[in-house]
Design a protein around this ligand. Structure first.
Ligand code: SAH
Length: 338
């Protein structure tokens, strides 16, 4: 049975029309779910009983549950149990400007980036849109807060679960839903090129971040197996197309690995690659994991300075939640192993 929180408002309107009802009922359902946060269909009191019964026959409102929560200062990490007993994680960060959440998009991940902890568990399955929506709803409820921005940077490769991710974005962006503005939604991908072309046509203009991490194919092939399928040239061509259609500045993520990709020549090569394009570089201090061969670069500032000197817009990512293994690339979605 489908979950009611899996439905975009448009899909719900179609549903109501199909059962011979007015489509504004979809709006009422959205108000119950996302404004009043009422998930028991029986309590949708402005919708008449026979329609509620019909809704209950056709939809569940099952929820993911919080299995474990860890906090450190401004960061909270949640381990969620899905209804089929799989696990995923999400991380909440409190900023001056509001609360942001990093959500998972898949159970496990098939991309197998050499330095990333999340890739240790092979992909088990896609997350359904409602399972991503519920990461937001559960954290908001648990902390009694509102979340103002969403990054799709947790476990999984979002563009490898494209349809559900787009559905998720439509649901949370809906003005009558959670109403998170497109500019407050960021999707991070390792570069699944055909899907970047598709994303360029999405009417909701979210922020796109590309996990590049190396300025040439030789090095990127070593770090990210996906590069053997879609290389840097293909990614750059897709991004040019994306920029042409959206005019939205693209973020290039670059994780700083000691003596791997942090040399001055790497910085110069990277600068050359993106010079003159509407892109900026976000340098990510590497968070150490069980991939013990990788260490955090000690040359981040020098790398940054070289990029700046080359006229590249560049920032160093602020750090959150290292001690609770809630930082980038540290999420695993497994229950405590000792
Ligand atoms: N699959 C998507 C999103 C998940 S990873 C992607 O590849 O973009 C989110 C970001 O964290 C990616 O840029 C990823 O390369 C980076 N990352 C992975 N492991 C990391 C680590 N140990 N320290 C810092 N960043 C890491």
């Amino acid at each position: 049975m489908n979950n009611l929180l899996n439905m975009t408002r448009e899909e719900l309107e179609d549903y109501f029309l199909k059962i011979g009802e007015k489509k504004y009922k979809a709006l009422q359902v959205y108000e119950w779910l996302y404004q009043k946060r009422e998930f028991n269909i029986a309590n949708f009191s402005n919708i008449k009983k026979e329609i509620r019964d019909k809704l209950e026959q056709d939809f569940t409102t099952d929820f993911i549950t919080i299995e474990k929560k860890e906090s450190e200062d401004l960061t909270k990490k949640y381990l969620f149990k899905l209804t089929d007993n799989n696990y995923i994680e999400a991380v909440l960060m409190h900023h001056d400007y509001g609360n942001s959440i990093c959500v998972s998009s898949e159970v496990g991940c098939n991309m197998a980036c050499k330095f990333c902890e999340s890739g240790r568990q092979k992909k088990v399955r896609n997350l359904e849109a409602y399972e991503i929506v519920e990461q937001i709803l559960m954290v908001e409820k648990d902390l009694n807060i509102r979340i103002s921005s969403v990054v799709i940077m947790g476990i999984g490769e979002p563009l490898d679960n494209y349809d559900n991710i787009i559905k998720f974005i439509k649901i949370i962006n809906d003005a009558k839903g959670i109403a998170i503005g497109a500019r407050h939604i960021t999707l991070s991908t390792c570069g699944l090129v055909p899907k970047i072309y598709e994303l360029a046509n999405l009417p909701i203009q979210i922020n796109l971040a590309i996990s590049l991490h190396a300025p040439n194919d030789k090095l990127r092939n070593e770090l990210m197996p996906v590069n053997k399928v879609y290389n840097i040239e293909q990614i750059m061509a897709a991004l040019d197309h994306y920029l042409q259609l959206t005019s939205r500045r693209v973020t290039i993520e670059y994780v700083m690995l000691n003596n791997v990709n942090d040399s001055k020549s790497c910085a110069l090569e990277l600068a050359k690659l993106i010079k003159g394009k509407n892109m900026y570089v976000n340098l990510i201090p590497y968070n150490e994991t069980n991939h013990l061969e990788f260490k955090r670069s000690t040359k981040i500032k020098a790398f940054y300075d070289t990029l700046k000197k080359e006229g590249i817009n560049c920032t160093i990512r602020r750090e959150f939640g290292q001690n609770i293994k809630a930082a980038c690339g540290q999420l695993r979605g497994t229950v405590n192993e000792k």
